[in-house]
Ligand binder design. Sequence first.
Ligand code: PEP
Ligand code: MN
Length: 362
Amino acid sequence: MINKNWQAFVKKPFVIAGPCSAESESQVMETATALSKIEEVKIFRAGIWKPRTRPNSFEGIGLAALDWMKNVYPETGLLTAVEVANAQHVELALKAGINILWLGARTTVNPFYVQEIADALKGTGIPVMVKNPIHPELQLWQGAIERIYNAGIDQIAAIHRGFYTYNKTLFRNNPHWDIAIQLKMWQPDLPIICDPSHITGRRDLIKIVSQKALDLDFQGLMIETHPNPDKALSDAAQQITPKTLKEILADLVYRDIKITNKEFRSQLEELRSEIDKIDENLLEILAHRFEMIEKIGTYKRENNVAILQLERFMEILKTRTEIGAKLNLNEQFVKQLFDQIHQESIQKQTEILSQGININKV
Ligand code: PEP
Ligand code: MN
């Protein structure tokens, strides 16, 4: 399905970087020049038309910004990529000599738009990257890729940018690695690139998520980069400077994936990604439990109640091991687990109870 030359091009380590939005000619050129000095960066990205969730936020510069993009390749040697959301965008981007196009999450979600874009792409042969849809639906992602492929485009890559969830988690968009792995199982030759910027929504998690993507054998990364991230007109919290990008890339480990049987590897990855999800849930639940502990600690302080209520602890151990036994969990293990949790709770409550007390006056 996928063109072999394209597969060879999109090979690890393959990095697409650039600002969320093209904001000014100098911002475009300053970013591109700095990025062109980073070996792994092959493509310069910039948003020209920004699909913002709410009106009245910065919606991109539009046509004028496409003109700035024209200088990127001649001056830095980086290929250019922009997001297209309708047929007119495709036409204008092609006219401006943009090298690669991508469909954003808000476009992949709508088969009418995807088809309109696919029709505009017919006969162009330009490489196209397809982001996952906003919500976690594998078929919609597959459908968009098929529509682009059916338009005669055989240089396609998928971009995994996470999925919206109503319940807020650590991430801006939940990674749902299982869906990306299923896409890989469906088309093992389709390159998949991870976009840790839109998954995390925050700078400090970009490295962890990038490493995770490489460990899952993703071909590359798309990372939003800005010369002055705090001043960015869109997605400020997640953008990093080219210098930080260089440091992150230098720290990433490209592991040699030894398991050669592709199907076995995909299944293993899927199971591991389930485990990762469960661990994240476990940690979120634990954090929630400790929030409750803090509330109880404050309540005890206000009512002058002792921290250690031995009866309550005995009851917890008894009921939890009973529930654990019904769930086939080893009794000793459950006891130790709750012992640990209890010790941490006492520690937390001690901190709360000692607040405001001046030791010297006691
Ligand atoms: C973007 O890449 O700037 C963008 C708008 O991303 P997404 O479609 O993933 O929200
Ligand atoms: Mn963005």
